[in-house]
Design a protein around this ligand. Structure first.
Ligand SMILES: [Zn+2]
Length: 278
């Protein structure tokens, strides 16, 4: 049985060995209700900008269970657009462990980048995802009861999927109505530790309309540690608690849930049964 954390961050401040040791410790804590612990913990390291994408690639190069994605987060979009000499993302192309273009998207909650830069950058990377035939991994966030980021993304994703693009909305925190709109475009949805938060009824409600086959699990670590570890630093090992909570709501044992969502990720990211990329 395996587990697959499809979205986490690694800042390169500690050694790969140290980080992976912390993941294993967390897996022991988080997997308490598993009858046996998963034999394998796969993980996908997201890149929030060029430098972080390079760090993620280095991690993937050094660790068999680590894959990576490259992209520019909406928070970094304004700075990216201001670069006079463009950084060269083509260094990541054809890397055997590059699974997605991300983390890319729109964040109208913090608005850390101006919206024009966010839209331009997202479009550039959606085009890259099409060109490199990789799924796009999106971050979308709006202020409460406003859906501008979701609407702008929908328009772009209609175009993207019309050309054969595939996408996942990571850490889905939208409502049911938008879940249905993204589902209609063939979208996948990432579920994080937020799913275990007591007050997150809205998230559980939105996720409830999504078929199991369209769900991926993730930690978004170091953020969003699940209950009962909320507030502390998170690692991919904690994804066991996301599998357990989401599985319980779908009448799956923790072991069944771990394998089901790992299989979803392996299919979505085109990794075959032996763990090789196809
Ligand atoms: Zn993230």
């Amino acid at each position: 049985m395996e587990l697959f954390d499809t979205h986490f961050h690694f800042d390169g401040e500690e050694s790969y060995e140290n980080f992976l040791a912390r993941c294993r410790e967390d897996l022991q804590l988080a997997g308490k209700n598993f009858r046996r612990l998963p034999d394998k913990l796969r993980m996908l390291c997201a890149g929030s900008d060029f430098e972080e994408s390079k760090i993620a690639m280095g991690f993937a190069d050094n660790s068999p269970e680590v894959y990576f994605a490259c992209g520019v987060h909406p928070h970094a979009a304004e700075e990216y657009c201001k670069l006079t000499a463009k950084v060269d993302f083509s260094i990541f192309k054809d890397h055997p462990k590059l699974l997605a273009i991300g983390e890319i998207g729109l964040d109208y909650f913090y608005d850390m980048s101006d919206r024009e830069s966010q839209l331009t950058t997202l479009q550039e990377f959606l085009d890259l995802a099409l060109k490199w035939d990789l799924p796009a991994m999106l971050h979308l966030r709006d202020k409460e009861n406003i859906f501008d980021a979701y609407d702008d993304a929908l328009t772009m994703l209609e175009n993207f999927t019309g050309k054969g693009g595939r996408f996942v909305i990571h850490c889905y925190a939208g409502n049911r109505e938008y879940a249905e709109k993204f589902l209609a475009l063939g979208g996948f949805f990432g579920v994080t530790g937020m799913y275990t938060f007591k007050a997150a009824h809205n998230i559980r409600e939105a996720i409830s309309v999504i078929p199991t086959g369209r769900l991926l699990i993730e930690t978004d670590s170091p953020y969003l540690a699940p209950v009962p570890f909320r507030g502390r630093s998170n690692t991919p090992g904690m994804v066991a608690l996301v599998a357990q909570a989401l599985g319980a709501d779908r009448r799956m044992t923790p072991e069944e849930a771990a394998q089901t969502f790992a299989d979803n990720a392996k299919n979505f990211y085109r990794i075959n049964k032996k763990g090789e990329l196809v």
